[in-house]
Design a protein around this ligand. Structure first.
Ligand code: ADP
Ligand code: MG
Length: 236
């Protein structure tokens, strides 16, 4: 299994109160799966994804990522695993505003110690892959929402992660642009990457291959579906 989660619990303490967000999640995903995580606002989707992404830690339960138990890792080791295994895409893109598209994409490689020339080559390669080679020197505020998300996707891919975690990647985009971004994510999945995609939009969820539904801190439904292709022409 690429991802194996057993009896995962997570709560937040706010003043005197304890909010139990995840109450015993069991979940496994194999290599190459594309899973939508659905649930109403506040149902714990981001909390779950952040734990999967090692941005947050569970209170109890086990998490195994590509055979490696994720527990009590020191910061350096955790950061290494994060860089090696995981790529992130967020609703709000999280690009650095004063850096070009190219520099945004090559940034994670810098932190991994990749030399400048190789960084630039790799970043260019991934910008080409998302169709933005001509926009390499532009700043984020010169790009449309869809283009910004493509830069973010290129950045997520730059370190060749095994798993791509997307938290409402189309949440800030109109539906045409959303579908274009989903088409790109589907292509990335076709190349073998494991993808988990949080969404509360059913049409977006149906572009994945499996839908997991969170409610009241538990997975209440988990089923494989027939994937709808985001490019309507390809569905004919
Ligand atoms: P979703 O992504 O499904 O909308 P979240 O995982 O963001 O849900 O949040 C689940 C619940 O946990 C919400 O009630 C939220 O307010 C609460 N929550 C999330 N993060 C924190 C935090 N750091 N501290 C306290 N409460 C939090
Ligand atoms: Mg959320």
């Amino acid at each position: 299994m690429m991802i194996d989660i057993r009896d995962l619990h997570k709560s937040y303490t706010i003043g005197q109160n304890q909010l139990n967000v995840l109450k015993g999640i069991n979940f496994a995903a194999g290599s190459g799966e594309m899973v939508a995580i659905m649930g109403s606002s506040g149902s714990g989707k981001s909390t779950f994804l952040n734990i999967l992404g090692m941005l947050d830690e569970a209170d109890s339960g086990t998490y195994t990522l590509d055979g490696t138990p994720i527990k009590n890792l020191n910061e350096t080791l955790a950061a290494n695993y994060r860089n090696k295994f995981l790529g992130f895409i967020f609703q709000s893109f999280n690009l650095i505003n004063y850096k070009s598209a190219l520099d945004n994409v090559s940034m994670p490689l810098y932190y991994q110690g990749v030399k400048r020339q190789q960084r630039t080559e790799k970043a260019m390669h991934y910008l080409e892959k998302v169709g933005l080679a001509d926009w390499a020197q532009h700043l984020p505020n010169e790009l449309s929402g869809g283009q910004k998300q493509r830069v973010a996707i290129a950045r997520a891919l730059a370190s060749d992660p095994k798993v791509l975690l997307a938290d409402e990647p189309t949440g800030a985009l109109d539906s045409k642009t959303s579908y274009e971004v989903m088409e790109l994510i589907q292509n990335i999945n076709d190349e073998g990457k494991t993808i988990l995609c949080v969404t509360h939009e059913l049409d977006i969820a149906h572009m994945c291959k499996r839908i997991v539904h969170l409610r009241d801190g538990l997975i209440v439904n988990d089923e494989k579906i027939k994937q709808v292709l985001a490019n309507p022409i390809a569905n004919v």
